[in-house]
Design a protein around this ligand. Structure first.
Ligand SMILES: *[C@@H]1O[C@H](CO)[C@@H](O)[C@H](O)[C@H]1NC(C)=O
Ligand SMILES: *[C@@H]1O[C@H](CO)[C@@H](O)[C@H](O)[C@H]1NC(C)=O
Ligand SMILES: *[C@@H]1O[C@H](CO)[C@@H](O)[C@H](O)[C@H]1NC(C)=O
Ligand SMILES: *[C@@H]1O[C@H](CO)[C@@H](O)[C@H](O)[C@H]1NC(C)=O
Length: 482
């Protein structure tokens, strides 16, 4: 309702000027610029909605004295392109209203242009709460800003009793916009944010995988993903590849992904299995069904080579925005936010645990000649290797003090029946062979052993020896200690 009133107010000035010069015979034209990323799914969807809205509106209101004339421009997913299109529309086409732009980052500059030219900028897709008509008087949001969904996310987290949450977001105005609001509501439900993962929009598969590995080493297993559709598609494919879409992890997606879930191709959809998404709720009505059918046909005509898309909230907002601008008082159909449950596992992830998936650190052990340092036993029931003794205590204490979790398991190295080793040189050499990531025990630091190990730690005085320069590259089995 608020949105409609603002549009109405801003258009009032324009309309007055227009009606003064209205001739009875022909409708007065109001030039409207439409700036969208026409190559994107949202852009294509919005374009179809906008054209359809124009036809529908003037079919119903034949004798209206004003008529919108749309000038649709492609911002090509680029902030500079969007700005230059806006300047061109304002200067050369005398547009008095700009609908769009699509992205929050584009909206900032264009709203400033609108402020200068007294042309309202009405975006139904720029959702960053940092955009506000308080600071940008000619910016009108024909949608709900992202802070609206943080309470919904916090409720999910509270319901499951998760105590730590890591937000993962794209490094754009859109991505960053939600974070202060999210962190605030998480605090209210006593959930800590130990880390924030920022993914550049240009991140490659490799960079995403590296970041995922980093997240895997942490104790938090609950993530809130806030990114645009394209980046999210790649992100979740990688998350699945590294095994983080498995049982034990909880993924919550903001509506940036969820709104487009029906448009995802099956392989990406598959990787999202088990994630929870927040989405706008549109009540089902016969009217909507009929409209969706007409829209689908129209979309096929507009995009003959594209696979069919399912009409979603962006398409509806686009349609309503045109009606609102044409009518200056139409309805923007939006209801409460809700969430879907796209998963199979009904087990609630614990939210705080030592990660179990992924590779565990292989810790070589053998019984020492002095068993008070290391004594190795096999658990007869589980078959697991157990190690006790002073060296083991030191190792376990060191791992505990790392700022993140390192999952590890003991592996017995033995050349004799009693679980001890014939030769510590050979034992140490196994690290070089990559059979173990690390060996622990009462191992004396000898010069020639340093050629086979990156670091040798002694319980009391920790001594660190690096390899010779020519061997430096081998020195990476244990980055966490490096
Ligand atoms: C009114 O409209 C006519 C054409 O329809 C145009 O020639 C004229 O300049 C307009 N007058 C004003 C004041 O805009
Ligand atoms: C964002 O939305 C919330 C709730 O809908 C509202 O209270 C707040 O004023 C909005 N902020 C901006 C900048 O639009
Ligand atoms: C908007 O325009 C007014 C005057 O036209 C100016 O005082 C104000 O600083 C402008 N605001 C922005 C954000 O550009
Ligand atoms: C280190 O030197 C000792 C003799 O001092 C030798 O017995 C042993 O095999 C050497 N260890 C390695 C790993 O080369």
């Amino acid at each position: 309702m608020e949105v409609q009133n603002v549009i109405l107010l801003l258009l009032l000035t324009i309309n007055l000027a227009i009606t003064q010069n209205t001739s009875r015979e022909e409708a007065q034209e109001l030039h409207v610029g439409v700036i969208l990323d026409l190559g994107s799914i949202v852009g294509k969807m919005a374009r179809t909605s906008v054209s359809l809205a124009m036809e529908d509106f003037y079919a119903v209101h034949r004798n209206y004295s004003t008529k919108l004339v749309l000038h649709i421009r492609d911002s090509m997913s680029d902030d500079v392109q969007a700005a230059s299109q806006a300047i061109d529309l304002l200067e050369n086409y005398n547009v008095e209203v700009i609908i769009g732009p699509q992205k929050s980052s584009q909206a900032i500059f264009i709203s400033k242009l609108g402020n200068k030219s007294h042309a309202p900028v009405i975006s139904f897709t720029a959702t960053s709460p940092s955009l506000s008509s308080k600071t940008l008087p000619y910016f009108v949001r024909a949608t709900i800003n992202d802070s609206a969904q943080v309470n919904c996310i916090a409720s999910i987290i509270k319901t499951y009793g998760w105590r730590e949450v890591v937000p993962i977001y794209e490094d754009t105005d859109y991505g960053r916009g939600i974070i202060p609001y999210l962190v605030d509501v998480l605090q209210e439900v006593d959930a800590r944010v130990p880390y924030q993962s920022v993914i550049p929009l240009s991140a490659t598969s490799e960079q995403i995988t590296l970041e995922l590995y980093k997240l895997m080493t942490m104790q938090t297993t609950v993530f809130v993903v806030h990114m645009s559709f394209t980046l999210a598609s790649l992100f979740f494919i990688k998350a699945r590849e590294v095994g983080m879409m498995n049982k034990g992890y909880a993924w919550i997606m903001t509506d940036g992904v969820t709104n487009l879930i029906d448009s995802l191709n099956p392989s990406i959809l598959e990787s999202l299995n088990g994630a929870i998404g927040v989405e706008f709720y549109v009540p089902k009505t016969k009217e909507l069904d009929d409209f969706a059918m007409r829209w689908n046909m129209r979309f096929q005509i507009d995009n003959p080579t594209d696979p069919p898309l399912k009409l979603n909230i962006f398409g509806l907002w686009g349609y309503d925005t045109i009606w609102a601008v044409a009518h200056a008082a139409a309805k923007v159909g939006l209801a409460n936010a809700t969430f879907q449950k796209p998963g199979e596992s009904i087990e609630i992830p614990r939210g705080f645990k030592i990660p179990v998936s992924g590779k565990k650190l292989q810790v070589g052990v053998c019984t020492s000649g002095y068993p008070e340092f290391v004594k190795v036993e096999k658990d007869h029931i589980t078959g697991a290797t157990k190690a006790i003794g002073f060296s083991v205590d030191v190792f376990e204490e060191a791992v505990k003090r790392l700022p993140y979790a390192v999952p590890y398991e003991y592996v017995l190295f033995s050349t004799k029946d009693d679980g001890s080793a014939e030769d510590y040189n050979d034992f140490v050499y196994q690290v070089y062979l990559e059979k173990y990531d690390i060996v622990i025990g009462d191992i004396t630091i000898r010069y020639n052993r340093t050629f086979y190990l990156c670091y040798i730690f002694q319980a009391e005085k920790v001594s660190k020896r690096s390899w010779g320069a020519q061997n430096e590259r081998r020195c990476s089995p244990l980055p966490s200690l490096a």
